[in-house]
Design a protein around this ligand. Sequence first.
Ligand code: DX5
Ligand code: ZN
Length: 228
Amino acid sequence: MIHIAPSVLSADFGRINEESAAVGEAGADWLHLDVMDGRFVPNLTFGPPVVARLIKPDGLVFDAHLMVLEPDHLVEAFAKAGVHRLTVHVEAATHLHRTLAHIRECGMKSGVALNPSTPLAAIEWVLDSVDLVLIMSVNPGFGGQSYIPQTTRKIAALAEILRGRGLDLPIQVDGGINVGTIGEAASAGATVFVAGTAIFGEADYGAAIEKLRAGAAAGQKPVLRELG
Ligand code: DX5
Ligand code: ZN
């Protein structure tokens, strides 16, 4: 199953409700909400009060990616704001296991995100208590960056670990995803694709989402080349 998640970071924040409705109608599966605190990452975006005021189009999954230090304090507020999925960074949570349990207790699906330099071993002991793993394919903080090529092997290595442990967790990839990169991320085992620039930077959101979906589907077919 392929899920396309437009990142509102690249949307027009002044028309955020229209933009989210537009991508929902254009075939998006999830709406990716990048929450930044100006500390974990050098940028600031929005928090629970803004998300609470967003119109929630039917069927559109609200997927919040917290790039904030000590995210525990915000878990309940995001649940109340109507978020369905909440992902925290392994580098930012001191008591990650507890934070992930708290996310589930609040009725949301839990996710854990890894920066490009963070080894997969950092999540070894929480894989049984999480609903999604987000592999960052750029250093978080900004949209419009280029996909880091080593990400593909990292996704493949994670997929292998999950297979070995009999875990059926979705792998999400975020950063620099476009028609040129989505295929290789998909071939490695990613199934949830965040895209900011590649969707909100295009005039026709529906066509952009369709192209990404087709690129991911093509990548899922067996590849004949080595991943390097
Ligand atoms: C980066 C964010 C991404 C960002 C992706 O810190 O987590 O979600 O919006 O933007 P693009 O797709 O433009 O790389
Ligand atoms: Zn993100």
